[in-house]
Ligand binder design. Structure first.
Ligand SMILES: O=C(O)CCC(=O)C(=O)O
Ligand SMILES: [Fe+2]
Length: 467
């Protein structure tokens, strides 16, 4: 019978071999897929174990909260693709997930903290935010992903730092499969050249080509970088009339410089920062107002009652923290119960700052050019600000006054007070202020703006514009 003829069976054996091979490949892919999902589950289970019941402390660490948002966005998007259709849709219908903007926002917040508080990339990546606060050491992939966010927004200053860091971590990692060295080198070379280090970009590109000689972009870039260096050298030679061969033209010399061996590269922060912004950051790094002894001598603390019967029984602790403009702190003016109540009232006057959360320098009053700023309210301009601090902030998050050098550290239950307008109704430009990024902890504030209407007797007008 032909069905059992040896020739036929031999033919079918080939089929079986192909089947076994194909199934094995499939199984291998399935194991890899499940392995990836399992790794992700383990990461987030570990995170839950650390965060649950300890939320304030855990999320008060900027690296922890950045990674947390990343797990629920970028990382989850990658895992989603490994799951059956509708799996994630069913979850998304039931639960709130952060958006991709939340992810890039928290990355930007982390990079902002790095700039404002001059945090060293390696220390941050090793989880050493400060001597007191530690978090986990970032993996090469996590460093790379942070660099990717910077790269996508055209921020090559931070891309360079984080790709370099990713490379250093990769060298030390046992399990190197998490991220491809080629991808890191590719980004590093580009960021490096964008930051003006063409020779180094060429060295990095050559390092990449050693691993992947046929990498198309790298090959093109190599030619491009070499051309730049050559033209630059030529023009230098023309200027000097110098005919010596420049060292930079010798590619073997360049590739001898391994890009991950502490190669000194120029990485300057873009210098389009406003002078005010530099002042603001500088003030954020200080931990107090710096005043001359003469000015400091004018400041005072006292109990204040304004002849109000209740306040006579229990006067308010008043501390003047700045003379010009006069800024006061009133201590222990709101109770925990009141704070809880205020926090529950979602309103634009209440702010909760997250990772790197801040508020750039601004005035609370409307300038003359902004004629209609508060017209819909019909209450006039903001005469004064009463800013209640509803949390202590472990590190950072001060309210600073860049023009006059004021620095107020948030203190739970205290409130800051200052006049934005002179009695004439003119704005006091020295009241320009900002909220520094929160480095560690959580910051809640409530603003009470006191408007002009209704204050006519309490603070009568003056005709002197600066009174
Ligand atoms: O949060 C702060 O320290 C200041 C907030 C502020 O200036 C504002 O909300 O207008
Ligand atoms: Fe303000």
């Amino acid at each position: 019978e032909s069905f059992t003829s040896t020739t036929h069976l031999t033919q079918l054996l080939k089929t079986e071999i192909a089947l076994a091979k194909s199934l094995e490949t499939h199984l291998k892919q399935e194991y890899e897929r499940l392995d990836q999902i399992e790794k992700f589950v383990n990461v987030i289970k570990d995170e839950i174990r650390q965060a649950q019941g300890n939320e304030e402390y855990y999320f008060g660490n900027p690296v922890n909260s950045y990674l947390f948002i990343k797990h629920l966005t970028a990382d989850w998007y990658n895992i989603e693709e490994l799951l059956p259709t509708n799996f994630s849709k069913n979850l998304a219908d039931k639960w709130i997930f952060p958006s991709f903007e939340d992810y890039t926002g928290s990355a930007t917040g982390l990079l902002r903290l790095q700039d404002t508080y001059k945090l060293n990339t390696s220390q941050l990546a090793n989880g050493e935010i400060s001597t007191k606060f530690k978090s986990k050491r970032l993996s090469a992939l996590e460093c790379y992903d942070l660099g990717r966010v910077a790269y996508t927004s055209g921020d090559f200053y931070h891309t360079l730092m984080w790709m370099q860091e990713a490379l250093d971590h990769l060298d030390k990692e046992q399990n190197k499969t998490s991220i491809n060295k080629i991808d890191i080198l590719d980004h590093l070379a580009y960021a490096t050249s964008q930051q003006g280090n063409v020779e180094h970009a060429l060295a990095v590109t050559e390092e990449l080509l050693k691993i992947s000689p046929n990498h198309i972009r790298a090959n093109n870039n190599k030619i491009y970088y070499e051309t730049i260096i050559k033209n630059r050298t030529l023009s230098k030679q023309q200027r000097k009339g110098d005919t010596n061969t420049n060292e930079a033209l010798n590619p073997s010399l360049l590739s001898a410089n391994s890009p991950n061996k502490n190669y000194k590269v120029k990485n300057e922060r873009p210098d389009d920062l406003l002078e005010e912004h530099e002042l603001y950051e500088e003030l954020c790094r200080q931990n107090q107002t710096r005043l001359s002894p003469q000015r400091e001598a004018k400041l005072f603390c006292r109990y204040r009652h304004n002849n109000h019967p209740l306040l006579i029984l229990r006067p308010v602790k008043e501390e003047q923290v700045l003379d010009q403009p006069a800024i006061f702190l009133f201590h222990d003016v709101v109770s925990d119960a009141e704070i809880a109540e205020i926090k529950s009232l979602a309103s634009p006057k209440i702010a909760n700052y997250g990772v790197g959360g801040h508020y750039e320098p601004h005035f609370d009053f409307a300038r003359k050019s902004e004629k209609d700023a508060f017209s819909s309210l019909g209450v006039g301009n903001r005469i004064a600000t009463w800013l209640t601090y509803m949390t202590d902030v472990e590190q950072g998050g001060a309210t600073v006054f860049p023009i006059v050098g004021g620095h107020l550290k948030p203190k739970k239950g205290s409130a800051a007070f200052w006049y934005n307008l002179y009695a004439s109704g003119e704005g006091d430009y020295n009241t320009r202020h900002a909220a520094c990024p929160v480095l560690i902890g959580n910051k809640w504030v409530a603003n009470k703006w006191i408007h002009e209407r209704g204050q006519e007797f309490r603070r009568p007008c003056s005709l002197d514009p600066m009174a």
